[in-house]
Design a binder for this molecule. Structure first.
Ligand SMILES: [Zn+2]
Length: 332
């Protein structure tokens, strides 16, 4: 359990983890930050930018690490803020490579003899996931202009791990909790080893200074609240608010079936969490060439908006809006 490549004693360290040498001649390495407190306690692992265009959270992790006082910290925080440097460097969701799975969120625990994506996963598993007592893998809306406000946990986790994950998710304190079901995530790998996880999906990128600052502050507060719930820092966890828990069967996406310019009717942070009646117009798609409206996007159920999209160019199938159906979701 121990390694995390550090010597004993309180302090903050930064390591570069070798993955491989690239065709460009550059060495592919992952940066690992470890902050060890003066008191014993659990090891909290943090991953961000598993999707390379979801960069907001790495700034939240920077703020969190800078806020820690090793003299009063119990346990360790270990963070890899850039999980996929190749995807981040081209501001894209997935790794720019030709063969195999290129979505890092689908390949854990990875393979040290596999493609670049699998090799990065393998290094993250060996150096982070195998040494933590809890894992937070933070995502956000990406380059397409999506806004997010929820925390995911894995619905297929064993019940005790599910309950411990639910406590982490509740402590993070988003309005929505989503019992999701994704294979190949770092969370699923950890859950299989009895380690609880939370996957916040919060904010987005290029939101403008006000919204971005608010979301970063919310992410830092959420992480501190999780640390408090684990007894790592002295402050109290944030008071629990009413949160809506929903599974994959309660998730209703409304996405365009044609490409064009999406004129969004729900594109500000306060729009997330709004109760929306079935049939409400969420947005419309304007043909880029004829300039006519070619599709209206209507809510297919009555529920609560948990992601939405700014106005902008979309293609058929681009993720635009999602509702948690009221009738089948549960208020906690
Ligand atoms: Zn993501």
């Amino acid at each position: 359990m121990k390694p995390l490549t550090r010597k004993e004693g309180p302090g903050r360290e930064y390591f570069r983890l070798d993955v491989t040498k690239l065709a460009s001649g550059a060495d592919l390495r992952l940066g690992l930050h470890v902050v060890t407190g003066a008191k014993p306690g659990p090891t909290l692992g943090i991953l961000t930018t598993v999707h390379g265009d979801e960069t907001m959270a790495l700034i939240a992790v920077r703020d969190l690490l800078n806020s820690l006082d090793v003299a009063t910290l119990s346990g360790r925080v270990a963070a890899i803020p850039v999980a996929n440097p190749l995807a981040v460097s081209v501001f894209n969701r997935q790794t720019p490579e030709q063969h195999g799975k290129t979505d890092l969120h689908e390949v854990f625990p990875g393979n040290q003899d596999g493609n670049l994506t699998q090799r990065m996963a393998s290094v993250i598993t060996a150096n982070l996931l195998d040494h933590v007592d809890a894992l937070i893998d933070i995502h956000c809306g990406g380059l397409g202009g999506r806004l997010q406000s929820r925390t995911d946990l894995d619905a297929s986790a064993p019940s005790d791990v599910y309950e411990a994950s639910l406590r982490l998710c509740r402590a993070f304190n988003t309005s929505f909790l989503h019992a999701n079901n994704l294979t190949g995530t770092a969370a699923r790998y950890c859950n299989g080893r009895g380690i609880p996880t939370a996957n916040p999906e919060i904010g987005g990128v290029y939101l403008g200074p006000q919204a971005e600052a608010a979301y970063v502050a919310e992410a830092v507060a959420g992480l501190q609240s999780i640390m408090a719930s684990l007894g790592m820092i002295a402050t109290n966890p944030r008071p629990e608010k009413k949160q809506l828990l929903f599974g994959v069967k309660s998730r209703f996406e409304v996405n365009p079936s044609v490409g064009g310019f999406l004129q969004s009717n729900f594109s500000t942070p306060p729009d997330l969490g709004r109760r929306i009646e079935k049939g409400t117009k969420l947005g419309e798609v304007i043909d880029l060439y004829s300039l006519e409206v070619i599709e209206e996007l209507l809510a297919t159920v009555t529920g609560y908006l948990f992601f939405s999209r700014y106005s902008g160019v979309v293609d058929a199938g681009t993720k635009a809006f999602a509702l948690a159906e009221e009738a089948t979701s549960t208020w906690l």
